[in-house]
Design a binder for this molecule. Structure first.
Ligand code: DX5
Ligand code: ZN
Length: 220
């Protein structure tokens, strides 16, 4: 199996977004971080901009909603054409209802967990979602360092997905680079978000290729 790389445009130049989306045209997805300054202490962009990003992006869009009340707001991102919409477990009032709604609208449904949120309460609901996002930093900012303590949770999630015999993807986000991607992949992740590592590279396509190759060596 090939690992998937989803560069985070949080590290792109927001005044040159179309150019910076073209720069990652060899990636599997473009990861778009939506922050509302309530769920996390940072504010990025909202639905009108994501609608345009979907239209001009050379790759499918992977939206990561770091917002309160995703039950109300997330379906709009699926309607806008985002191929994957991930909301936070900590913020959702009815995660299963929301995941079903996202799937009905044609998007993959992702469930995100902050570093201190256990995966166990969600393991009986795996068939309702398409992806678990294990945050490997506290959400809110790019360029933070990878939290090693999240590795056991990635392992437990991967084991449960295997035992349930489901094709649920396992995404990691935060501090992913050449220095950390081996460990995250070995623990069981198969979708890798990288912001500063990709956009900070001199040769962006080469960096995407290297990260994908490193992570793919650990996929079964
Ligand atoms: C952080 C965001 C990430 C961020 C990752 O809350 O969810 O997607 O862009 O940035 P890096 O890869 O620089 O840690
Ligand atoms: Zn993210």
């Amino acid at each position: 199996m090939t690992a998937l790389v989803s560069p985070s445009i949080l590290s792109a130049d927001f005044t040159n977004l179309e150019r910076d989306l073209q720069a990652i045209s060899t990636a599997d997805y473009a990861h778009v971080d939506v922050m509302d300054n309530h769920f996390v202490p940072n504010l990025t962009l909202g639905l009108p901009i994501v609608e345009r990003i979907v239209q001009v992006s050379p790759v499918p869009i992977d939206v990561h909603l770091m917002i309160e009340d995703p039950d109300r707001w997330a379906p709009g991102f699926a309607e806008a054409g985002a191929q994957s919409v991930t909301f936070h477990a900590e913020a959702a009032a009815a995660p299963v209802r929301l995941a079903r709604e996202l799937r009905r609208l044609g998007a993959r449904a992702g469930l995100a967990l902050k570093p201190a949120t256990p995966v166990e309460p969600y393991l009986d609901l795996l068939s309702e979602i398409d992806m678990i996002l294990v945050m490997t930093v506290e959400p809110g900012f790019g360029g933070q360092s990878f939290i090693e303590g999240t590795l056991p949770k990635i392992q437990r999630a991967r084991r449960a997905i295997g035992e349930a015999d489901l094709d649920v993807w396992l995404q990691v986000d935060g501090g992913i680079s050449r220095a950390t991607i081996d460990r995250a992949a070995e623990a069981g992740a198969n979708v890798f978000v990288a912001g500063s590592a990709v956009y900070g590279a001199d040769d962006i396509p080469a960096e995407i290729d290297t990260l994908r190759r490193m992570a793919s060596a650990h996929q079964h």
